[in-house]
Design a protein. Structure first.
Length: 229
């Protein structure tokens, strides 16, 4: 499963309230470890892991896992890619075990992101917020994490905080379309049409895309809040 996209957001954007965020705040924050440096890989292994990472980006997680099996390595970076592959193939429990083992490693930020995505996909927004906040604190310049964190904040009703994360993501990576879409959608939801359309022009969002985002924002604003059971 790839980075949370604007389209994934459609199904559950208005199904949660700020009550979830309040529950998340009540939990103890994750204690982050000091920065660790991954061991240097030999050139051949580094090249093969880069190819496997590209397979995951291309939506070929089963092939990626097969190549990891053939590589026969348990380095932190290889295990992280394996967890990504397992998550993308619907084996979230197996992925979670690996991610949890990696939270004390040199790839801890990416491991926290993986845990956050699993929690978000399961509808557990408090846990998703905790993990993605830890990921963002560990890797503050990683634009995909900023976008993911902003998405969950938006789901939780924390729009001001979400806006900060989306703005940070698009400033870090102006070509990151997912963050641009989410930013414009959030601005439409807040009624800031002028700013939303200014950003759309800046990012080259075409009229059809903009109309779709506007409809999604209107649908989200019409939906009533879900009360706690």
């Amino acid at each position: 499963m790839r980075t949370i996209t604007c389209l994934i957001m459609l199904a559950g954007l208005w199904l949660h309230t700020s009550l979830n965020a309040m529950a998340a705040d009540a939990k103890a924050p994750i204690k982050l470890i000091a920065d660790k440096v991954c061991a240097e890989l030999i050139p051949e292994e580094s090249t093969r892991l880069a190819l496997i990472q590209q397979m995951l980006a291309d939506g070929k997680p089963h092939a990626a896992i097969a190549h990891l099996d053939a590589l026969k390595t348990n380095s932190e970076r290889a295990e992280l890619l394996r967890a990504h592959g397992l998550r993308q193939t619907g084996r979230a429990q197996q992925a979670q075990v690996i991610y949890e083992q990696l939270t004390n490693s040199c790839v801890s930020g990416h491991a926290y992101r993986g845990l956050g995505l699993i929690a978000s996909n399961a509808g557990n927004l408090p846990e998703a917020l905790r993990y993605l906040k830890a990921a963002s604190s560990t890797l503050p310049t990683e634009h995909t994490i900023r976008n993911d964190y902003g998405y969950v904040l938006m789901q939780s009703g924390q729009h001001d905080a979400a806006l900060h994360e989306f703005l940070t993501a698009v400033e870090l990576a102006p070509d990151h379309r997912q963050a641009a879409h989410n930013l414009i959608l959030l601005l439409y939801q807040q009624g800031d049409t002028t700013r939303a359309e200014a950003f759309a022009k800046q990012f080259g969002i075409v009229a059809d895309e903009l109309q779709q985002l506007k409809k999604l924002a209107q649908a989200g604003n019409r939906a009533g809040p879900v009360t706690a059971q």
